[in-house]
Design a protein around this ligand. Structure first.
Ligand code: AFP
Length: 359
């Protein structure tokens, strides 16, 4: 389908339009403005590279440097980006609290600042292992409503299914800085006009093609995958000589934002399945900071997002840092991969349920 013609409007103008349409209120509009402003600062820090002294590991107590709540080594830019987002969001009066992939517990709004009704979750710098080699990285965020009568939100108040998200977005810090955003009324893209410092609407109502010819997966994990994943990817690799009867191309940036942005731009699928190495932790990617916001964005662009067995947005979260398998992108292809898993589980009822829930 042809994208709608581009109107050269800024993010601020777009937010005003969304308020007039009754899609968002003033507080959510301010929240997105503040997040976008913080992401511009992260873009500036990222662009400085070696000259800004921002490359390399964060100093700390762990072996080789600081370790975050996920047990992963922190880069300096992980910490800088986290601080930029926390600081920007502390004073605006739009948030009840926020939670970051880099912090064990939710961050409360400091005393003396007004509080709002929204909860913000973010992965401040996704794909940070790519920073030092100058490959695209990004920020991912998700917005929930703070339950009524809760004045000091705790982790349990953030544990809402993805279907409850009011907004989700990501920013890719690549050759261009690009913001992709949804409020549940389509997925839209904004490109940072650096000279002016404004995000400008570059694609409205993005649609992801239903069929895919490109897939993204870390093939080095192949020997650890479960049988349905082995079968499915085996068939993609067989191309015209296998049952799928067509060739597929493969890409893997190892920054989810960049891999998802390719899908949002020209279709395709992204998989981070469960494998024997990560069985105990339930997956590699985080439900609250990566899977849910990306699922919302992808679904709003006509794609699908499952764990290989269930629709991601219907999962009831059990922990702030919970990890899940992720299958997302072009709808028909995600359906094929999901079917293979459910059929292997012998779960015909679930096949029907998932068919219904992903549309
Ligand atoms: P980092 O932020 O630690 O680089 O992790 C990035 C990520 O969570 C996601 O953005 C990538 O898709 C995925 O991990 C890459 O995983 P591999 O290291 O297995 O390639």
């Amino acid at each position: 389908m042809k994208p709608s013609p581009i109107k050269p409007i800024s993010l601020i103008q777009f937010l005003i339009e969304e308020r007039r349409a009754g899609h968002i209120n003033a507080e959510l509009s301010l929240l997105i403005e503040v997040v976008a402003r913080a992401c511009k600062r992260i873009a500036v820090a990222t662009n400085k590279g070696a000259l800004g002294g921002v490359l390399g590991m964060q100093a700390g107590d762990g072996e080789g440097g600081s370790i975050n709540v996920q047990g992963e080594a922190q880069k300096k830019l992980d910490v800088i980006s986290n601080e930029i987002l926390l600081e920007a969001n502390a004073w605006g009066g739009h948030l009840a609290a926020c939670a970051s992939e880099e912090m064990e517990d939710p961050q409360q709004i400091p005393d003396g600042y007004p509080k709002g009704n929204h909860l913000l979750l973010f992965d401040p710098l996704d794909g940070s292992s790519n920073i030092d080699v100058n490959i695209s990285v990004g920020t991912i965020f998700s917005v929930l409503r703070c339950p009524d009568d809760v004045t000091e939100p705790k982790a349990e108040h953030f544990l809402q299914p993805g279907t409850e998200q009011l907004a989700a977005g990501y920013v890719v810090y690549g050759p261009a800085t690009t913001l992709v955003l949804t409020f549940g009324h389509g997925t839209h893209e904004f490109t940072l006009e650096r000279e002016v410092g404004s995000f400008m609407l570059s694609r409205r109502g993005i649609r992801i093609p239903e069929e895919a010819t490109e897939f993204a997966i870390n093939m080095s994990n192949q020997r650890h995958w479960q049988p349905p994943m082995q079968r499915y990817i085996g068939e993609l690799l067989a191309g015209t000589t296998g049952p799928r009867g067509k060739d597929f191309n493969m890409r893997w940036v190892a920054s989810m934002v960049a891999d998802v942005h390719r899908i949002v731009t020209r279709g395709g699928v992204f998989y981070y399945p469960l494998d024997a190495k990560i069985l105990k932790q339930g997956g590699k990617l985080r439900l609250m900071y990566e899977a849910n916001p990306m699922a919302f964005i992808i679904e709003q662009a006509g794609g699908a997002a499952t764990t290989g067995r269930e629709r991601i947005m219907q999962l009831q979260p059990t922990g702030l840092h919970q990890r899940v398998p992720v299958f997302l992108g072009s709808k028909k292809e995600v359906e094929v991969a999901t079917h293979y898993h459910l059929i292997a589980d012998g779960a015909q009822n679930q096949v029907d349920d998932v068919d219904r829930s992903i549309g």
